[in-house]
Structures are given as structure tokens and as C-alpha cells.
Design a protein around this ligand. Structure first.
Ligand SMILES: Nc1nc(=O)c2c([nH]1)NC[C@@H]1CN(c3ccc(C(=O)N[C@@H](CCC(=O)O)C(=O)O)cc3)C=[N+]21
Length: 284
């Protein structure tokens, strides 16, 4: 069986061409302003700094400006909330990315939920999650949203499929499960307290690795012909799924790197362009 490689890097690159054209149109309509994504990085975790830089670079590639806010690890919840509220009030800002994780003493949920819904382009607010789950208009969480766009780009049929999501985090596993449910999958959500994880994964037509542990999901658990989506990202180009033994016997898989990661960033940027266009329509 020749597996389809779900090439997120290629799909993202194609989409960037279209986004660049939309940014150019926005500039034409506003006398040269661009959509602006505000990125907030708290503390000095080098991996987080790299991801935020990748997001700013993606903005630049489509001709968008970004407003980079870097705060010390000692920042309090109230100080971070004040920054977010100021960005909410700034009419030039069309999207906010608050990079997860923030230092442990900060109430991350309170800070996510302070982001105004219309500029929650990373899809992290509770209200956005609820609206997405109910099938109402909202920007879905960027990583699962990117996965859905990637599956759509390759015409992967979802209705009636048994999707097994391994992981239940607020911005990855939980919204992933709701998006697959809304796409008419039968969804099983597995997590650290799940009994018989291998048996559940063995039933999956679609497997999503979203646990954050390198090669935690073993190749032998995955059935022939499954669609394998790996949302893990670990040093050395390793995902959450043991991939090498699978590539010849599954229907499709996301490579790591070059699969889910580029689609996450692309979804964030696409949502920000969308938000900017909506702001323009609504005369701001
Ligand atoms: N509020 C918030 N939203 C996020 O979306 C978010 C976050 N916090 N915190 C951290 C995770 C991680 N994340 C990645 C995005 C792109 C790549 C990516 O593009 N990786 C490249 C490889 C990069 C490399 O290692 O060179 C790839 O997979 O091809 C990886 C990881 C977004 N996250």
C-alpha cells in the first residue's frame, strides 16, 4: 500500500500565496496598513521563543506585520491581563497569540479567556471552544484546526470513521475531538487514565497523537489502512507516534516535521487575515 503523505508544509506554502494576495488587497483598501498579529511570549523558554519567531516569520512571508510582546518570567497574572486588555482595545491589532505554556504561577486560562472573541485567531478562549463545539462561528484552536484543513486538502473522508484522539489538552486534544465529532466521526478520547489504550487505538480508522510524549503511541497498535495524524513535536524530529514502521501499511500519515506544525502556523495566519478583513467590512 502506498500511503498518502499529508504534506502540511506544501499545503501551507500553497495557502500562503493566496494569503499574500489577500494581505495586498487589505493594504490597498487601507492606504498601506497590514493585518497585524500580536504575539505574547512570557518567560525565556527557548523552544517557545523559536515557535513565536516562526509565527512572526510566517506573518512576514505573507506581507503582514506582527507586534511582538516579550515579558519576563516574573510577570504576574494581573500584568499579563493588562497587556491583553490593551491589545483588545488597539484597533490596529487583528489577532492575539498568547504562547502556551506561560510560567506556572500565571493563571493561563484567565489570560486566554481575556482575549476578545473576534481577535482570538489562535482559538484558545472558552467561549470560542464552546461556539466551535456548538457549530457556531468561531476560530477553532489552531493546531486541530490546521489538522482539519490538512485532511480536507487531501480529501480524507471522515463521516462514520472511528477517530481515536490520544490526549485531552485544552488547545489540542479536546478541541480536536469536537472538530472530528462535528465532521461526523465516531470519536474516542484517550488520556493518561485510559485503561487498555492499545486496544482502543487498534480500533481507530483515524488516530491523532496529541499526548506530548515522544513516540508514546506504538506502531503495532495501529491497524493497516488507518489515517495517522501526529500533533507531537519533540527535539530531533520525533512525534508522539512511532512512525517509521507504519509508512508502508497505513492509508495516510503526517510526517514530523513538515506535517501538522506548518498547518498550525498557517491556520493562525489565515485566521488573522480573516479577522482583519472582517474588521474592514465592519468599518474599523
Ligand atoms: N497558544 C499557543 N498556540 C499554539 O499553536 C502553540 C502554543 N501555544 N504553544 C506551543 C505549540 C507548538 N506549536 C508549534 C507550531 C509549529 C510547529 C512547526 O511548524 N514545526 C515544524 C518544525 C520546526 C523545527 O523544529 O524546525 C514542523 O513540524 O515542520 C511546531 C509547534 C504551536 N503551539
Amino acid at each position: 500500500m502506498t500511503a498518502i503523505i499529508l504534506d502540511g508544509k506544501a499545503v501551507a506554502a500553497r495557502t500562503e500565496e493566496e494569503l499574500a494576495a489577500r494581505v495586498a488587497r487589505f493594504k490597498g483598501a487601507t492606504g498601506g496598513r497590514t493585518p497585524i498579529l500580536a504575539t505574547i511570549l512570557v518567560g525565556d523558554d527557548p523552544a517557545s521563543a523559536t515557535y513565536v519567531k516562526m509565527k512572526a516569520n510566517a506573518c512576514a512571508r505573507v506581507g503582514m506585520d506582527s507586534l511582538r510582546i516579550e515579558l519576563p518570567a516574573s510577570t504576574t497574572t494581573d500584568e499579563l491581563l493588562a497587556q491583553i486588555l490593551a491589545l483588545n482595545r488597539n484597533p490596529d491589532v487583528h489577532g492575539i497569540l498568547l504562547q502556551h505554556p506561560v510560567p506556572a504561577h500565571i493563571n493561563e486560562r484567565a489570560c486566554f479567556d481575556a482575549i476578545s472573541g473576534h481577535i482570538d485567531v489562535d482559538g484558545v478562549t472558552s467561549l470560542g471552544f464552546g461556539r466551535m463545539t456548538m457549530g457556531e462561528s468561531a476560530y477553532g484552536s489552531a493546531t486541530p484546526g490546521g489538522i482539519m484543513r490538512l485532511l480536507a486538502a487531501y480529501g480524507i473522508e471522515l463521516p462514520g470513521k472511528h477517530a481515536v484522539v490520544v490526549g485531552r489538552s485544552p488547545i489540542l486534544g479536546k478541541p480536536m475531538a469536537m472538530m472530528l465529532l462535528n465532521a461526523d466521526c465516531t470519536v474516542t478520547i484517550c488520556h493518561s487514565r485510559t485503561v487498555n489504550l492499545p486496544d482502543l487505538v487498534k480500533q481507530a480508522d483515524v488516530v491523532v497523537g496529541a499526548v506530548g510524549k515522544p513516540a508514546f503511541i506504538k506502531a503495532e497498535w495501529i491497524k493497516d489502512g488507518a489515517v495517522v495524524v501526529d500533533a507531537g513535536y519533540h527535539p530531533g524530529g520525533i512525534g508522539d507516534i512511532e512512525l517509521a514502521p507504519l509508512t508502508h501499511r497505513v492509508a495516510a500519515y503526517t510526517p514530523v516535521p513538515g506535517g501538522v506544525g506548518p498547518m498550525t502556523i498557517n491556520t493562525l495566519i489565515a485566521n488573522c487575515v480573516d479577522s482583519a478583513e472582517k474588521a474592514l467590512e465592519q468599518k474599523r
